[in-house]
Design a protein around this ligand. Structure first.
Ligand SMILES: NC(=O)c1ccc[n+]([C@@H]2O[C@H](COP(=O)([O-])OP(=O)(O)OC[C@H]3O[C@@H](n4cnc5c(N)ncnc54)[C@H](O)[C@@H]3O)[C@@H](O)[C@H]2O)c1
Length: 380
């Protein structure tokens, strides 16, 4: 990988969750080096967090505005900016970073409105800049295998998709205990229109789209807030209609006590079905009509090139969340390096989720909220 790429991080300061995951994922393959940051919401905490990470003083910034203005005039300016702040600040920070000419990696949900994501996509495309959205579950080798098998027609035309993302960590009012990750996720001002729907439902929506290649046409959603006082959903059930007639069922819930990160997908076509679960990510089970279930194993024989290039160690030594996340960053490094050379990205870059995928995710949330609001409930 290209060790010469450098990046700045916005968000991900001391005590934050996902920023550290991004840093570890980037470091796993040496995809880039962290050299600058505006890491927290206050100047003091930003500087303190930068010190803890050992960032150089002259590239430890008090705010994202200072980072972008000072980095953009350096001869050794960073190659890309990683944005891992809560959802409400994604749009202004990503817009400013793209306008300053930086490639951007943005966490999900990309923005509060689909129009904002569309605007970011237009800026990125007009300036030939990468704007990747970290739908990190697309980085799993066996998810890439599933996508390749469906694209090859091995399951035939897709009829039905079941996708779920279930967690239990918001089953009580954790937001009132001072837990900051919970506090902003249940606040519509900061999280956006969706609660569980936006936080993890968007991962499920994206996973189904990535694996099947199907385009979502309409939804019928029920959104629930089980924990008293919550303004946003903590539980969502969505029926999905895809172009071409396939149907989907998506559930996203954060009140499922006992579930950690229960993301799973099952896809059924005319000729076969497949299933995968992120808590056992190295295996993909495929069953063809009239056949026995076959387990495809990461690192094993007979896999598609997409799965092979996304794997590091032999079959039987487990890989997981960080490796999948790191696969996205290998794609980021590949895309930026190839753009510089005026070449097309390799397969690693081709597979990257972009702000256009982010736009689909936010549009999905908007449509679900509208559907749930209109409601159609028939009493028995
Ligand atoms: N891809 C995934 O699987 C995944 C998982 C978790 C979170 N996320 C997303 O990542 C983002 C962050 O989530 P988190 O759980 O890490 O949140 P967090 O609250 O743990 O961390 C957010 C960090 O951003 C900082 N911050 C806030 N405003 C800032 C600003 N204006 N400038 C600089 N820093 C600022 C905070 O001080 C904090 O350090 C969210 O959009 C979330 O949806 C994605």
């Amino acid at each position: 990988m290209n060790n010469q790429l450098t990046y700045a991080m916005i968000g991900g300061g001391s005590g934050a969750f996902i920023g550290e995951v991004h840093r570890r994922a980037i470091a796993l393959d040496g995809s880039a080096s962290l050299v600058a940051g505006a890491l927290s919401s206050t100047p003091e905490r930003s500087m303190e967090s930068a010190k803890q990470l050992g960032l150089p003083k002259d590239r430890s910034y008090r705010s994202y505005e200072e980072l972008l203005s000072k980095e953009s005039v350096r001869t050794d300016r960073v190659d890309f900016v990683v944005i891992v702040t809560p959802n409400d600040s994604h749009y202004p920070i990503a817009k400013a970073a793209l306008e300053a000419g930086f490639h951007v990696v943005l966490d999900k949900p990309s923005t509060h409105t689909s129009g904002q994501s569309r605007e970011l996509a237009a800026i990125a495309e007009a300036n030939d800049l990468l704007c990747c959205v970290t739908y990190n579950y697309t980085g799993y080798p066996m998810i890439r295998q599933a996508r390749a098998m469906i694209a090859d027609g091995q399951l035939g035309d897709i009829r039905k998709v079941f996708v779920e993302y279930h967690q239990g960590w918001l089953a009580s009012d954790l937001e009132n205990s001072g837990q900051k990750q919970a506090a902003w996720r249940v606040d519509p001002e900061r999280a956006g229109l969706g609660g569980a729907l936006g936080d993890i439902g968007t991962h499920a929506e994206n996973l189904a789209a990535f694996v099947t290649g199907l385009e979502l046409e309409s939804v019928c959603a029920q959104l629930n807030s089980f924990v008293p006082g919550r303004q946003l959903d903590d539980d969502a059930s969505v029926l999905m209609n895809y172009a071409g007639g396939a149907k989907g069922v998506l559930t996203a819930s954060q009140i499922c006590i006992g579930r950690g990160n229960g993301l799973s997908i099952r896809v059924y076509g005319e000729k076969g079905g497949l299933e995968w679960a992120q808590e056992n990510p190295d295996e993909l089970t495929v069953t063809l009509l009239d056949g026995n279930p076959t387990i495809y194993s990461r690192g094993g024989p007979g896999l598609h090139d997409y799965a092979v290039i996304s794997s590091r160690i032999p079959q039987g030594h487990p890989e997981g969340y960080l490796e999948a996340f790191a696969n996205l960053y290998r794609g980021v490094a590949d895309s930026i390096t190839k753009k510089r050379a005026g070449e097309r990205p390799t397969r690693l870059g081709e597979l990257l989720p972009t702000i256009r995928d982010g736009e689909c995710g936010v549009r999905f949330v908007e449509a679900c909220v509208e559907s749930a609001h209109k409601g159609c409930v028939v009493a028995l």
